[in-house]
Design a protein around this ligand. Structure first.
Ligand code: PMV
Length: 307
């Protein structure tokens, strides 16, 4: 039984979203996680995840292991008892710890595959709630944006603890994603921002308010079919992310290279420090911006149409 889940990028509002400001995220279907479950002759629940070099029986993993815990929680939720003898294979083309939501995608695909394999359908809302619990293991204090956009596979205007708001794209637009190739655990950058916020709440609250305005305006431009206005907002959002100390020389170099190659705007995307940046391009210049990113040190690029 197979199930899959896409990657995602945050267009606007990362970090501020942890402090209950809105953020915009979209699925990226060029990359995905696929989970395959089959009956096994060997006793136990065997997990094969070649991307992270994992080949183990569930009970030999620490109880807080993110993959083990999502399987255990999902099985408990689905009322699967006694433990079955199964083999679970996880394949992924989403780079780990890069801002494309690999952890949440693994969890969503796992829950989907388990619910299908045991003929226990779950609603998106249930999958999302379950995966949010496991996201806490990866992130510490996750906003929930990753699991939401990946579960629903739709553009999401996300506000923590509020009902899910998806939004329509008035006119498709093209984004180039550039990967620094530097894995950067989101938990660390989120923890660092928290420490800075605790030290100087007024300053950081006002940055989050500025970012909230950017996200709100961006949603408006996207829905009303004026994506060309997003470039300026991306540049502004990147500056605020620099103030939050979550950019890095490598991210800044890629952002600059994209702008110099003709992108209308660019910013880091996700937790920062490493991982990915995004650039808004017209479809004709997508290839040359992608090429400029590779020359400036990007380990890989993805061109994706947001629609
Ligand atoms: O690094 P990513 O793509 O998983 O995104 C993290 C986004 C943050 O706003 C930094 C954290 C969060 O939980 O929303």
């Amino acid at each position: 039984m197979k199930a899959s889940a896409p990657g995602k990028i945050i267009l606007f509002g990362e970090h501020a979203v942890v402090y209950s400001r809105p953020a915009l995220a979209v699925p990226v279907n060029q990359v995905k996680v696929e989970v395959d479950i089959s009956d096994s002759a060997q006793p136990g629940i065997w997990i094969h995840a070649p991307i992270i070099g994992l080949q183990a029986e569930l009970t030999t993993l620490p109880s807080n292991h993110p993959i083990a815990s999502v399987i255990l929680w999902a099985m408990q939720h689905l009322g699967i008892f006694p433990r079955p003898n199964i083999s679970i294979t996880i394949e992924s083309t989403i780079p780990v710890a890069s801002g494309l939501g690999s952890g949440a995608a693994v969890s969503v695909a796992l829950v989907r595959a388990l619910s299908s394999f045991f003929s226990h359908p779950l609603k998106n809302q249930q999958i999302n709630d379950l995966v949010y619990e496991t996201e806490k293991l990866y992130h510490g204090t996750p906003s929930g944006i990753d699991n939401t956009v990946i579960t629903y596979n739709m553009p999401v205007f996300y506000l923590k603890d509020k009902p899910i708001e998806t939004f329509k794209v008035g006119k498709p637009f093209t984004i180039v994603i550039g990967d620094t190739g530097i894995p950067a655990p989101t938990k660390e950058s989120v923890g660092d921002v928290r420490r800075l916020w605790l030290r100087d709440p007024n300053r950081f609250e006002s940055i989050f308010n500025e970012v909230a305005q950017i996200s709100t305006m961006a949603r408006h431009f996207i829905e009303s079919g004026r994506p060309e206005l997003l470039g300026e907002l991306m540049d502004q959002n990147h500056e605020f992310l620099q103030e939050l100390t979550v950019s890095s020389p490598e991210l800044d170099a890629l952002v600059l290279a994209a702008r110099q190659a003709g992108a209308q705007g660019a910013k880091l995307s996700g937790g920062g420090r490493g991982g990915n940046m995004i650039a808004l391009v017209d479809s004709a210049s997508a290839e040359s911006v992608a090429q400029a990113l590779l020359s400036a040190g990007a380990k890989r690029t993805i061109i994706t149409e947001i629609k």
